[in-house]
Design a protein around this ligand. Structure first.
Ligand code: ADP
Length: 260
């Protein structure tokens, strides 16, 4: 982004040329950047506007169902289904709003020192109350902090852990590890679940991309979890690595640059 022309966006690429010279390519990407901004604003605004009517609908449904004893029995099931779908829509809007927020917030908002080990301990106790039957194995092998945003990192780790639970059997273990390896700090979530066919990996972090639509809807997924993880990673200069084998399991790793 040019300081003198704040509305203009340029992309630079530098490549070696001849002996010691460099070639610099400059591309004007203003049009693409504006379109992308319009798309983000649109999604953010629509999600925000849809929340109010949905809150009213859910409120009435909750009140009606709280007095279900007075209902004709044939209305009970459809009303329960309406309530479930309204709940689903609420989760979807929450994820959409969160995604549009992390796509737009600048990096200076991410300047806290985050203690990842205690973040993961907090996540473990949250999981124990929401999924008491699940076994989470926590391996905290370092106590390094990273520069970042606690809420964003919590949502990325939480999405990975919940996915690991969704796509594996209830009695299988999910391992969460935090360790230093060379110049990197690695946060990995490993499951022994259904795994992912390699053909799906390149598109897995796209919004609403799902390997198996019916399974994901059944498990209550919004299709936005990995898109959120990818954006949180990008905002923290981290890489998202996916290692998976169908029928064996998956490991999702966030690799952060270690502080010098
Ligand atoms: P969803 O809400 O559908 O889980 P995500 O964006 O979190 O959406 O994940 C996208 C897709 O990637 C999922 O629909 C699922 O097919 C696949 N996936 C994600 N995590 C795992 C995992 N741990 N094991 C197997 N498949 C996974």
């Amino acid at each position: 982004r040019l300081k003198s022309e704040p509305e203009q966006f340029l992309q630079f690429a530098v490549t070696p040329f001849g002996s010691g010279d460099r070639l610099v390519f400059v591309r004007d990407v203003t049009k693409e950047a504006r379109l992308e901004q319009m798309r983000r604003d649109f999604v953010g605004n629509v999600s925000h506007e849809l929340r109010t009517p949905l809150t009213v609908i859910k409120g009435y449904l909750d009140t009606i169902l709280a007095n279900s004893g007075q209902l004709e029995p044939r209305f009970l099931r459809p009303l329960q289904q309406m309530e479930q779908q309204a709940q689903r829509m609420e989760t979807l809007l929450k994820d959409l709003l969160w995604l549009s927020r992390i796509e737009t917030v600048r990096s200076k908002a991410r300047a806290e020192q985050v203690d990842v080990a205690s973040l993961l301990q907090e996540l473990e106790s949250e999981l124990q109350s929401s999924h008491p039957q699940r076994r989470l194995e926590l391996q905290l092998e370092c106590n390094e902090r990273i520069n970042g945003d606690y809420r964003e990192l919590h949502s990325a780790a939480s999405n990975l852990v919940l996915n690991a639970c969704k796509y594996s059997k209830d009695d299988s273990i999910v391992t969460v590890r935090w360790r230093r390896q060379g110049q990197e700090l690695l946060l990995s979530v490993e499951d022994r679940g259904i795994g992912i066919d390699p053909v799906h990996l390149p598109r897995l972090t796209e919004r609403f991309y799902r390997v198996d639509d019916s399974r994901s809807s059944r498990t209550g997924g919004t299709g936005l979890g990995l898109a959120i993880v990818k954006h949180v990673a990008a905002g923290h200069n981290a890489q998202l690595r996916i290692d998976s084998k169908p029928g064996v399991g998956s490991t999702f790793t966030l690799a952060f640059p270690a502080p010098a």
